[in-house]
Design a binder for this molecule. Structure first.
Ligand code: KG4
Ligand code: ZN
Length: 334
């Protein structure tokens, strides 16, 4: 029985976790700073790093308490080293190094994206996990990255395709800001899309037909922006005519959100399924905050069933940033 402490501070989640034998989460404490950054419409690195400094001792104490673990029972400490916001990373790395040094423990420097990919091993349904065999494809969709990776074994991944501009999560955040829905944008767009109709606006599916597995979301963002500006102008024009106004101007945000989400989901699925077919890989996993999106999970699930692929998603709590995935990746690295 081996335990590793994981520490995560790449963006706006301060998290510490104790994981046993790569897959068993004994504690995973996540203090989200989302509310703090919401008033700025996005994460402010200096604010995040100061908050990490304040929260790290508190969440770490809680992670030890909840897992009933003493520091001398640990095999190592794993910390997200990159990529992320430099001031936030510095705080987490400094804290982890100090803790490791003063307790004579090895410090494992983990790549945050590889940690997301390892998040799949934390799923509660351990029986299902036994079916995941290398090589498999991982659709990695977070706030800063959108990639398709071929995972060949526990230490090697190959990038098959990636975004040429915005990441999928970043596009969700920008459209939410445009619609005045706050930060982070993904969860709220996902939620209000359920009230809208995804066929209302036929937004572009950028690069869906391109002969590679790369993505681009900036053109889609511009198309949504233009449509929103047209709707807002029309609503202003009809503000005196009650009937026309309510037909046009109530609920338009849900329709925009649903149509935008559908465009992103379609591109992500099309590229991933094509890559799996081309590479003759029949297992697909997902990782990162956007993999919590219910439309993406449902639609990919249905298409995978039709096309005979096996698909595995991380549990929702291990999609967004958390320290348990960092500790799990730590096991793979030692
Ligand atoms: O992986 P993550 O927690 O942080 C990064 O490493 O970037 O991902 C955060 C991103 C944010 O852009 C957020 O809006 C998005 O994941 N996200 C979602 C959902 N939940 C979080 N996007 C779409 N649908 C969701 N349900
Ligand atoms: Zn992340």
């Amino acid at each position: 029985m081996t335990k590793i402490l994981g520490i995560e501070t790449t963006c706006d989640e301060t998290s510490t976790a104790v994981v046993q034998d790569k897959r068993i989460v004994l504690s995973n404490i996540v203090a989200s700073q989302a509310k703090l950054h919401s008033k700025y419409g996005g994460v402010v690195p200096e604010v995040a790093s100061r908050k990490h400094l304040e929260l790290l001792p508190v969440v770490t104490k809680e992670a030890f308490k909840k897992s009933n673990t003493k520091i001398n029972e640990l095999k190592a400490i794993a910390v997200s080293k990159e990529p992320g916001l430099p001031p936030a990373l510095t705080v987490g790395y400094g804290f982890a190094s100090g803790l490791a040094l003063s307790n004579n423990l090895p410090l494992i420097e983990v790549n945050h994206l590889e940690a997301h990919i390892s998040g799949i091993w934390l799923a509660k349904n351990k029986k299902e996990l036994k079916k995941i065999k290398y090589p498999y494809l991982c659709l990695l969709v977070s706030g800063g990255h959108t990639e398709i990776r071929l995972v060949t074994n526990s230490s090697q991944t190959k990038i098959i395709g990636k975004t040429r501009d915005d990441a999928a999560g970043e596009a969700f955040d920008k459209i939410a800001r445009l619609l005045d829905l706050g930060y982070p944008g993904g969860p709220v767009i996902n939620k209000i899309s359920r009230l809208g109709n995804e066929s209302t606006y036929d937004f572009p599916r950028p690069m869906i037909k391109s002969n590679n597995y790369d993505f681009s979301f900036s053109g889609l963002k511009t198309a949504v922006k233009k449509k929103v500006s047209t709707i807002q102008k029309e609503c202003n024009r009809y503000s005196e005519q009650k009937d026309l106004y309510s037909e046009l101007c109530n609920n338009w945000k849900s329709d925009i959100a649903a149509s935008f989400q559908e465009a992103v989901v379609d591109v992500l699925i099309s590229k991933t399924v094509n890559a799996a077919k081309q590479l003759k890989v029949n297992i697909i996993t997902m990782a990162g905050g956007v993999s919590a999106n219910s439309r993406l999970r449902d639609k990919l699930g249905r298409i995978a069933y039709k096309e005979n692929f096996d698909i595995y998603y991380p549990d929702l709590e291990y999609c967004v940033d958390n320290a348990a995935m960092v500790a799990s990746r730590g096991f793979e690295m030692i």
